[in-house]
Design a protein around this ligand. Structure first.
Ligand code: CP3
Length: 346
């Protein structure tokens, strides 16, 4: 059966513009909190395919999105490379032993060996695919090598990125070695996700904007292009969504090379500008400011305007970054319904 979400990613005509929400499986849903409480630690939830599948499916049933995104986290890759990951309540992710040298990097697992350890992700995908309706898509994902490297080098989230940027300017060779090692794993990781049953893959470059524009291609974009080339050569029918958050300033330069199908537009970039600069090459995804979900009026104004801007363009509705935990579920449902209604063409 054809999936409207996949068709839209590939730029085909669809009866309406499909919608999903970044971080749609998460803490704003009481049903998620119930499973999360049963799992205890967040990583236990990622490691338990039955529970991870359950929370993956919740937003499809509860808020009516057109695609499910597999429940996991981008940081399971460095965890399986041998870096010790934990989620500290109120503080976010932490690695106890961040990479400081080539020796540190050499100690970590790489390639297929690392990707093969992520069996719980592939198992989750298989369970979801059995339970998900045939006309709904399942999105797999990975962190971009750059975004993953920021955590692997800093050991946690950062506002300044000073440790990884110090490496960028004083020891670029080591940074490139880290990025290349992660890139290799990501290729196998996405391939295994596709073999397990995902219909679409998304690459999250959440910290793209931490790199100055003239260095972005060298330290991030070109690695994602390499990943996309690898996947497209084997699976030309699988759409690839690229989400490089906060690159409004770079859009002027035209990030127009690479085998991606969809460009995720963050909420800081006007959709009309993205359409002008990137709409020819890519289907555009996005880009409502997630905090608009606090107000139905603010949501409606934005969805109407996006539907108008993109009425003659190729588009997928989404938020311009992740949904926040205190958004009312009713408003999330309202957003999804409105997107589907206002973009109807049949
Ligand atoms: O519904 C979905 O989108 C699927 C699940 C998903 C999670 N993380 C679950 C999660 C996805 C796609 C991610 C991606 C992710 N993880 C990114 C890229 C997307 C983005 O938001 O920019 C990043 C940077 C991470 C790293 C990460 N994971 C951080 C910084 C945190 C802590 C911050 C926070 O929101 O609490 C996490 C934890 C995390 N990953 C949670 C969820 C639902 C919250 C954990 C909980 O339930 O307590």
């Amino acid at each position: 059966m054809s999936k409207i979400f996949v068709d839209a990613c590939l730029g085909k005509e669809t009866p309406y513009t499909p919608v999903w929400m970044m971080r749609q499986a998460g803490r704003y849903l009481p049903e998620y909190m119930a499973v999360r409480a049963k799992a205890g630690d967040f990583l236990n939830l990622c490691h338990n395919p039955t529970m991870a599948a359950e929370v993956t499916l919740q937003p499809v049933d509860i808020v009516g999105v057109d695609a499910a995104i597999m429940f996991s986290d981008i940081l399971v890759i460095p965890d399986e490379m041998g870096m010790d990951l934990s989620f500290v309540k109120g503080e976010g992710p932490k690695f106890s032993d961040p990479i400081k040298s080539q020796e540190d990097l050499d100690r970590l697992l790489g390639g297929k060996e690392a990707a093969d350890r992520l069996t719980y992700v592939y198992e989750t995908i298989k369970i979801v695919r059995e339970q998900l309706a045939d006309d709904k898509a399942l999105i797999g994902f990975t962190g971009a090598p750059w975004t993953l490297a920021t955590y692997m080098i800093e050991g946690q989230g950062t506002k300044t990125y000073n440790i990884c940027k110090k490496m960028m300017y004083t020891n670029p060779e080591l940074l490139h070695n880290i990025l290349a090692k992660v890139t290799e794993i990501v290729k196998y990781y996405l391939e295994s996700q596709i073999e397990a049953g995902v219909d679409v893959v998304q690459i999250f470059d959440s910290w793209a904007a931490a790199i100055e524009p003239s260095k972005y291609d060298e330290f991030s974009w070109k690695y994602m292009v390499e990943i996309a080339d690898y996947i497209k050569a084997k699976y030309p029918h699988i759409p690839i969504i690229m989400f490089p958050k906060g690159v409004a300033a770079f859009v002027e330069q035209g990030l127009v090379y690479g085998n991606f199908d969809v460009f995720g537009v963050d909420w800081g970039t006007p959709m009309a500008l993205a359409k002008e600069k990137l709409g020819e090459k890519y289907v555009l995804q996005g880009n409502m400011e997630p905090c608009r979900l606090y107000s139905k009026e603010a949501t409606k104004a934005c969805v109407s305007s996006l539907a108008e801007t993109m009425k003659d363009g190729r588009h997928i509705f989404n938020l311009g970054h992740g949904i926040l935990p205190d958004v009312p579920v009713e408003n999330a449902k309202y957003f999804v319904k409105l997107c589907q209604e206002l973009s109807r063409r049949d």
